[in-house]
Design a binder for this molecule. Structure first.
Ligand code: BTN
Length: 263
């Protein structure tokens, strides 16, 4: 892990007032750093940002590879809400990522939110979000870490779901610090408006730019894979799907794929 004081001072000016920023040229994972800091009692709000991750972590145990000039960041904070009230967070963070891509120059018509927390540009995955929490008493979240990776200038070519970068879409290099500045501010604004006990406003806004509603898709959960038509995002964050066998299912975890294998 390499910590650079002058880079740290420079990055500290980018986030909203009152938010600390720790910048590392290289670390294993900014989420791991943030979770460790949370476990040691750091209050936050604090951003952990890295130029490169050697052990980036993705959802469902996947690894998150490092590419030069992408953003690797994790936000540690203590929202003091029940674990059951965190359901809206993935949608708030996805909307903040969407805001960021649009602020960087992407056409809003091309930027869609894919359940549960991906943002697509031109139908391709351009980010990753990994939210981790600790529960002190099993009821209240002691701290929350929001990990956000943005494909600014690099992206995997061998992803199970096709990927892209902002740079690829706009045909110009993206400045990582500028992108972080936008992201940290839009997330701050969105979190300040968050009402954990009622996320219907957030799910309604997310639904307006949702990808795949009304279309038949392949859905994978931890235990099963099935085809179904995506009906809507429910006001509690669940995804209602109409299965090919005529039944309906509300999903709270899983992944959606655009292609349905023949047969
Ligand atoms: C996904 O699988 O789509 C989520 C990927 C999340 C990656 C980000 S990069 C910054 C933070 N640190 C990590 O190790 N993971 C998250």
């Amino acid at each position: 892990m390499s910590f650079n004081r002058s880079a740290h001072n420079e990055w500290a000016t980018l986030a909203p007032f009152g938010t600390d920023v720790r910048y590392f040229e290289k670390c294993d994972s900014t989420n791991t750093l943030a979770v460790d800091a949370g476990n040691k009692g750091e209050k936050g709000p604090t951003w952990f940002v890295a130029g490169q991750q050697t052990a980036g972590r993705g959802r469902r145990g996947n690894t998150w590879k490092s590419y030069d000039q992408n953003l690797y960041s994790s936000y540690l904070f203590r929202p003091n809400v029940a674990l059951s009230e965190l359901a809206g967070l993935p949608f708030i963070v996805s909307l903040a990522v969407r805001d960021t891509f649009i602020a960087l120059g992407c056409d809003s018509k091309d930027v869609h939110c894919k359940w549960p927390n991906d943002v697509l540009i031109d139908e391709k995955k351009a980010n990753g979000i990994l939210i981790e929490t600790s529960a002190a008493s099993g009821q209240l979240s002691e701290f929350v870490v929001i990990g956000i990776g943005l494909n600014l200038n690099g992206y995997p070519k061998d992803n199970e779901y096709p990927a892209t970068s902002v740079s690829q879409q706009l045909s110009s290099k993206i400045d990582v610090a500028s992108a972080f500045k936008v992201l940290s501010h839009v997330l701050d604004i969105r979190l300040s408006k968050w009402t954990p006990s009622d996320i219907s406003m957030v799910t309604a806004e997310w639904s307006k730019s949702a990808w795949g509603i009304g279309t038949r898709r392949l859905i994978k959960t931890t235990n099963e894979s099935f085809n179904g038509t995506i009906v809507r995002l429910e006001s509690d964050g669940g995804l209602l799907v109409h299965l090919d066998n005529g039944t309906e299912k509300c999903l709270y975890a899983g992944d959606i794929f655009s292609t349905i294998p023949a047969g």
